[in-house]
Design a protein around this ligand. Sequence first.
Ligand code: ADP
Ligand code: MG
Length: 343
Amino acid sequence: MSAVTLSGISKSYGAQRVLDSVDLHVPDGSLTAVLGPSGCGKTTLLRIVAGFVRSEAGTVSLGDRVVESPGTALAAEKRGVGYVPQEGALFPHLDVAANILYGLPRGRRSKTRLAELLDLAELPHDVARRSPHELSGGQQQRVALARALAPAPRVILLDEPFSSLDAGLRVSAGRAVRRVLRHAGATALLVTHDQGEALSLADQVAVMRAGRVVQVDSPTALYAHPVDPETATFIGGATVVSGQVRGGVALTSLGDLTVRAEDGPARVLVRPEQVRLVELAEAGVHGTVTEVSFYGAQVVVHLDLADGTPVTARGSSAHTPESGEKVGLLVEGAVVAYPESSQ
Ligand SMILES: Nc1ncnc2c1ncn2[C@@H]1O[C@H](COP(=O)(O)OP(=O)(O)O)[C@@H](O)[C@H]1O
Ligand SMILES: [Mg+2]
């Protein structure tokens, strides 16, 4: 095991700055998700840590060893880093056993090690002689992970490991991969564009935007206190309204909301689960339902306030309003405010 520390990492392709002074610390033995939209530089970042791409500035340290700096670069195979590329990249013509053992030097490709790795990756031993295409997507993912874990790397890098799986499989595959990583004791860096995946799996989430890391936090802290409205909207449903903060209260079109912020004009973040729909007479703020999305246990309701402000509410489907209905709105709990001048 070892921590991964990136400091001031920059990289350009031609005139395009793909990574712009990225700082990130991945604690020993933790699982950190790098979350960002497509094209923001996630894969490039992973490939620099792996040693497949050189950075132009900054350093990468594994434990207390600098493996990448402007003057030096330790060869990829000497870094003790396992890499699971985006599409898993199993060899289609090799069986599962050969795929997994490919990660080891010839002299260490034993039946015992294979059995250990199958167990570690929660794969039944009878898949060893099968071809990759005879496995489910989730099993293929775990074979790719077992191959990367074969030489017992201190650090493991996963590039969008669940992107090729059906939505229904992703949650269970994600939990399985997390168990495997915990069991292996490796420090893991997992790249994804999926907010739910990052929040549900990782110990720590690093949000990337246009080549920069904009926030690093625990999933709960990130969701509760996003660094700016753009990050807030990216990592969950959000209604952002303008308002005036005065003495711990934000005056907005959604009512007077409790907030911890300096006085002055602000943009105010309200999460959909904070918006409760009530009888008209019970609330000073009213809205008209424009769209209802039913998800079984939960329902997401889109509304317009009288002044046209769109608001999203999420709650139990036990109380599902109709499109066109007028309802009262109450905002529960404290909200987050961003001073207007800082934007
Ligand atoms: N080898 C390369 N040559 C030129 N441009 C590249 C190369 N690799 C990545 N890029 C560009 O760098 C940007 C970031 O790419 P990438 O790191 O793959 O982002 P992500 O994984 O977040 O989708 C993109 O605009 C991409 O086109
Ligand atoms: Mg990518």
